[in-house]
Design a protein. Structure first.
Length: 95
């Protein structure tokens, strides 16, 4: 049995954010929802000091590629449905 690690990066624009504090409120809510629903590790990995931009890094460990692909797809749908953020770019890598 092989262990696979899925790594997903999602670059976001947060148009309504007017400060780092308001950005953190939006991101904390989004990260908590993703973490609770999908049991993944998630962190802000870039643009920490920009108040309308962020990159989230997400990691998923599984034994089947299909599970990782499905989880990433559902996470992307959840983020797309969030009206507080706009997806600029995303990438996924499976190791």
């Amino acid at each position: 049995m092989a262990m696979l690690v899925g790594i997903c990066q999602i670059e976001l624009h947060i148009p309504a954010s007017q400060s780092l504090k308001s950005k953190r409120v939006v991101l904390k809510s989004l990260k908590t929802r993703i973490q609770n629903k999908f049991n993944v590790s998630i962190a802000e990995v870039d643009y920490n000091e920009k108040w309308q931009r962020s990159t989230l890094g997400i990691s998923i460990v599984a034994n089947e590629r299909r599970f990782i692909d499905q989880a990433v797809s559902q996470i992307m749908n959840l983020v797309e449905d969030n009206s507080d953020v706009v997806i600029i770019d995303h990438s996924t890598e499976i190791i």
